[in-house]
Design a binder for this molecule. Structure first.
Ligand SMILES: [Fe+2]
Ligand SMILES: [Fe+2]
Length: 233
């Protein structure tokens, strides 16, 4: 009954998107994911997948990728990434109905793992090309979604939180952000994020303990495609 996380599987069973163009580590990456997942995850474990699941542009193009995830052992909780075009944030409930008993979609809600509430949203950070108004708008929207998730968990009586983001919690060079401040406000134990690919991006944000919160990067290439243990049973 342990909890694991991994993000950015970037599957493409139905579309032509060879990931090894980016880096050789992505060559046959779906085979690596399958091998290490099957080795590490037992059916009673929970895995949070922190976004960028599929390159498909709609649910039809993502079906084979989601089926691949569904066939892997364990309970699977999915977060939205910036590439998850199949997932309209306003229609999360519909996805939860459609995939009930197979996949769970984390957005404006929370899930339980032991006495922790698993909360989260896609998040956002500055990557060098945003107009200030666009950046502010997306930050505000994601912060509102994250607060909704925390508040739903708190209203249900939870006091311990694990916070998941797709984007790193801070922009490059920042020592704090509204996301780290919210993690501290609610007393989250850990903040788990992905999105950062390649050696030159792995240090974009925090890793390790900052103000008593443990920050973990779980992008698939950073983990060498092995799901990361978050809480041991
Ligand atoms: Fe990604
Ligand atoms: Fe991403």
């Amino acid at each position: 009954m342990s909890l694991y996380a991994i993000g950015d599987l970037h599957l493409a069973f139905s579309v032509d998107k060879p990931m090894d163009l980016f880096d050789r580590v992505w060559k046959n990456h779906e085979k690596k994911i399958e091998k290490f997942w099957n080795r590490r995850i037992r059916p009673e474990d929970t895995v949070v997948l922190t976004g960028d699941h599929s390159w498909g542009r709609n649910l039809g193009e993502c079906t084979a990728d989601l089926e691949f995830i569904m066939r892997l052992p364990g309970r699977k909780i999915l977060l939205r990434g910036n590439h998850d075009m199949f997932w309209d944030a306003k229609k999360t409930e519909r996805l939860n109905e459609q995939f009930a008993g197979r996949l769970e979609f984390l957005q404006n809600n929370f899930y339980r793992y032991q006495d922790y509430a698993l909360v989260g949203t896609k998040g956002y950070c500055y990557e060098g090309w945003d107009a200030p108004e666009h950046f502010e708008k997306l930050m505000a929207r994601e912060l509102a979604r994250l607060r909704t998730s925390f508040e739903a968990a708190r209203a249900a009586g939870f006091e311990r939180y694990l916070m998941f983001l797709h984007y790193p919690p801070t922009s490059i060079g920042e020592m704090e952000s509204p996301f780290t401040q919210m993690a501290e406000e609610y007393g989250a134990s850990k903040v788990i994020y992905s999105h950062c690919h390649g050696r030159e991006r792995f240090d974009d944000s925090f890793k390790g303990y900052v103000n008593g919160i443990e920050y973990k990067l779980v992008s698939a290439d950073y983990l060498k495609f092995k799901p990361e243990l978050i809480i041991k049973e």
